[in-house]
Design a protein around this ligand. Structure first.
Ligand code: ADP
Ligand code: MG
Length: 245
């Protein structure tokens, strides 16, 4: 179990109207840990990610990032949110900006970095995701897999303490999935703390320290990948695995 918690959720609850989407969520992610979150559609995985990033407020419970509670709003929230990199299913790149500008913009606007420094660092990050030669293109000129790697570089440019990935390969053509997973594997191997919502079981088996299985807004299982995939305990998990494996 986590000895040095970076993310802690304690008894977190969230409704959308009558719908109870996060139910008594307790989750600790240690520094350097990779936690894969899986579960049926509508089980609350995206809401969980959005809550950790301060994009959704929660009604009860506490969310701590590196020991500090996520404040409801304001400058303090913006500062803590900058510690949490987020990559979505849809890449959400700025269409009218070059790849380089997409990656360099946040550090200039939010971290107050000098433009030349931010661009130098952006080129390093693009190199790291295998896109050094694409810096001057526009997002529409890239494949989906390349755009998602730009989105990862853009999130990394903020020097986040943790990276959240919400189904990062779900919108990709099959032949582009691996190039994105490989970048994520690399990050995991370098010790990045990650919460990854994905149904890519190969990634979960090879990169995850833990698998968290959600159903109906609850964490139903929280175990090692090997335990989870070979010996799921709950009927919900058994049923889910029988459908996807
Ligand atoms: P998952 O990512 O596991 O598919 P979500 O976290 O997106 O699940 O959604 C959990 C539940 O909350 C679903 O029933 C979904 O329809 C509902 N939901 C999500 N976002 C909203 C919203 N902004 N307003 C109302 N209901 C929402
Ligand atoms: Mg989702």
């Amino acid at each position: 179990m986590a000895v040095d918690p970076l993310i802690e959720l304690r008894d977190v609850n969230k409704h959308f109207g009558q719908l109870h989407v996060l139910k008594d969520i307790d989750l600790t992610v240690g520094r350097g840990e990779v936690v894969v979150v899986i579960g049926p559609s509508g089980s609350g995985k995206s809401t969980l990610c959005r809550a950790v990033n301060g994009l959704e407020d929660v009604e009860s419970g506490t969310i701590l990032i590196d020991g500090r509670p996520l404040p409801p709003e304001g400058r303090e929230l913006a500062r803590l949110r900058a510690d949490v990199g987020m990559v979505f299913q849809s890449f959400n790149l700025f269409a009218h900006r070059t790849v380089l500008s997409n990656v360099a913009l946040g550090p200039v606007k939010v971290r107050g970095r000098a433009k030349a420094d931010a661009e130098r660092r952006a080129r390093e990050l693009l190199d790291r995701v295998g896109l050094a030669d694409q810096a001057d293109k526009y997002p529409a000129q890239l494949s989906g897999g390349q755009q998602q790697r730009v989105a990862i570089a853009r999130a990394l440019a903020m020097d986040p303490k943790v990276m959240l990935f919400d189904e990062p390969t779900s919108a990709l053509d099959p032949e582009m999935i691996n190039e994105v997973l490989e970048v994520m594997q690399g990050l995991a191997a370098e010790g990045m703390t990650m919460i990854v919502v994905t149904h890519e079981m190969g990634f979960a088996r090879s990169a995850a320290n833990r698998v968290v299985f959600m159903a109906d807004g609850r964490i139903v299982e929280d175990r090692s990948p090997d335990d989870f995939f070979t010996r799921p305990e709950s009927d919900r998990a058994k049923d889910f695995l029988s459908k996807i494996l």
